[in-house]
Write a protein that binds this ligand. Structure first.
Ligand SMILES: Cc1cc2nc3c(=O)[nH]c(=O)nc-3n(C[C@H](O)[C@H](O)[C@H](O)COP(=O)(O)OP(=O)(O)OC[C@H]3O[C@@H](n4cnc5c(N)ncnc54)[C@H](O)[C@@H]3O)c2cc1C
Length: 472
């Protein structure tokens, strides 16, 4: 029997794991996770996502241990560590699931060359997407540029059946050296960082229970309430997808076998396909996280100031919906999708700060930071991506608040200084009289800021800037 290293990366689970399943059929398995200390900021720059990785590894280690299999943990240069481990264990093969992040694709290329020089068998399996990368092309064999066409095309495709959890065996009598998870130093030593454990329970079992509950009690309300941030009507699956605690194919198949088929189901499946669409773009346009897909935007005149950018980061813009979103992000590592669109639009269009700056801030803060989804979200909002929001759509943060948080519950949750304001003024406190503000115990300019920019002025300024590149 072969000895096969199963190299875990962003697939920290034992269900629907192609590499683990095939390795278990073909031989003895040696599971390993290597934290690339030299490139760790590329893996993730987010304190919350690192915390979540720490929890995911604990969960994976426990799940493998119950099957009698030890998880080997290493840190350092991936290529060096893999070759060293092959030597220590006399492994014959390395199996892994594919990742699509550009830096991972690049470093893998070099690793595979080294492994083939050492005559080690290498097998790769599809990553955590619904469809095989690069198989969904339009009639001209090019990537799709419009989501609806992509969606219609994917509806003709079969989502592969998830792999079962395999029976596993290990031969290792003497274990190769392994670090303890805490030695990866993924947890922030800073005590003022958010208490993520109050908001999230991460790991494979937690992901499956969370999903099962949403499928049972939440999915049928999704279409109706998904845009209302105070209702908590979305699945909150994104933090589990980042480190692969749950397989997206398993989610898809569990919906298909669930009885209720209504507009909510279709709406939810569409969101999962948006995620595939983001990866499709990333694979075809690997510079997407840093460069606009529409080249005209290279000359856009970003006039925003660092002072405005800082106020946005701190949730001190004076627009309650924007500030509530930025504070939710700071406290939990998460932000509701509707609010992500509003805060991103505000930064780019009201403040004229480059989208790449906002995207970097999200990369540092989001527990669900995902290179493909984040880049697509920012490019969509800015109007410089594929199938993006039209440039003249400039969200009015007051109107968005009134529409999607009509009672102001979301604002009250994240901006306690406004909690006594009525729903009439909670989205525009500057319009309340001094008497009303005094009754609500708010002193504008002291407890809560005046708007840092006036909406109509900002709208006109943004349209002028966009018109310049339209002409160019
Ligand atoms: C500026 C901006 C930045 C974003 N950055 C990220 C990011 O770093 N990571 C991330 O996972 N999502 C990102 N999104 C997309 C979206 O906001 C989140 O996926 C969603 O809020 C996650 O919450 P949920 O799991 O409850 O979503 P649900 O509504 O329950 O959707 C289920 C799943 O579908 C996928 N999905 C939903 N909406 C989108 C979307 N618009 N684009 C792509 N996939 C989607 C996600 O994987 C999500 O977990 C961003 C959106 C914007 C506008």
């Amino acid at each position: 029997m072969k000895k096969i290293i199963v190299w875990f990366r962003k697939d920290l689970r034992i269900h629907d794991h192609g590499a683990l399943f095939e390795a278990a059929q073909q031989g003895y398995i040696i599971p390993v996770f290597i934290w690339p200390s030299e490139q760790e900021f590329e893996y993730t720059d987010s304190i919350a996502a690192k915390w979540s990785l720490h929890q995911s590894l604990i969960s994976l280690k426990q799940d493998l241990a119950t099957k009698g299999i030890p998880l080997i943990i290493r840190k350092g240069n991936i290529q060096k560590e893999l070759l060293q481990l092959i030597k220590e264990t006399s492994a014959d093969a390395v199996f892994y699931n594919r990742c699509y992040e550009p830096f991972m694709v690049q470093s893998l290329f070099e690793i595979e060359i080294q492994l083939s020089k050492s005559k080690i068998e290498v097998q790769s399996f599809p990553g955590n997407l619904l469809y095989q990368q690069c198989t969904i092309l339009n009639k001209s064999h090019e990537p799709y540029k419009v989501f609806t066409s992509y969606w219609k095309r994917t509806m003709q495709e079969h989502v592969p059946t998830p792999y079962a959890i395999p029976k596993m065996t290990s031969t290792l009598e003497t274990l190769p050296e392994s670090l303890e998870i805490h030695e990866l130093q993924l947890l922030s030593p800073n005590s003022i960082e958010p208490r993520l454990d109050l908001h999230w329970k991460i790991g494979e079992q937690a992901a499956i229970s969370h999903w099962t509950e949403f499928l049972e009690y939440g999915l049928n309300k999704y279409e109706r309430y998904k845009d209302f941030p105070s209702t908590q009507a979305t699945s909150l699956l994104s933090p589990y997808l980042v480190w692969g605690n749950i397989s997206v194919k398993s989610i898809w198949h569990s919906i298909q076998s669930h009885e209720i088929q209504d507009p909510s189901t279709e709406m939810f499946l569409r969101q999962l396909v948006w995620r595939d669409f983001a990866y499709d773009q990333l694979i075809h346009f690997p510079t997407m996280p840093i460069k606009p897909l529409r080249e005209a935007f290279n000359t856009f005149s970003w006039e925003g100031t660092s002072s405005d950018f800082n106020k946005w980061k701190l949730g001190q813009t004076g627009y309650p919906l924007v500030d509530a979103g930025m504070r939710e992000l700071q406290a939990t590592g998460y932000m509701h999708n509707r609010v992500r669109m509003v805060v991103a639009s505000f930064l780019v269009k009201h403040l004229l700060v480059p989208w790449t700056e906002g995207s970097k801030w999200f990369a540092q803060k989001l527990i669900d930071f995902d290179v493909a989804n984040n880049a697509m979200g920012w490019q969509w909002t800015t109007g410089c991506g594929i199938d993006s929001a039209p440039y003249f759509r400039i969200f009015n943060p007051v109107a968005q608040g009134q529409r999607f948080d009509p009672n102001g519950d979301y604002i009250r949750q994240w901006i306690p200084e406004l909690k006594h304001l009525s729903k009439k003024f909670i989205h525009k406190p500057w319009e309340a009289s001094q008497e009303i503000l005094a009754l609500a115990q708010v002193e504008l300019g002291n407890d809560y800021p005046y708007p840092i920019v006036e909406h109509d002025f900002a709208r006109k300024r943004a349209l002028q800037a966009y018109n310049l590149i339209k002409k160019a």
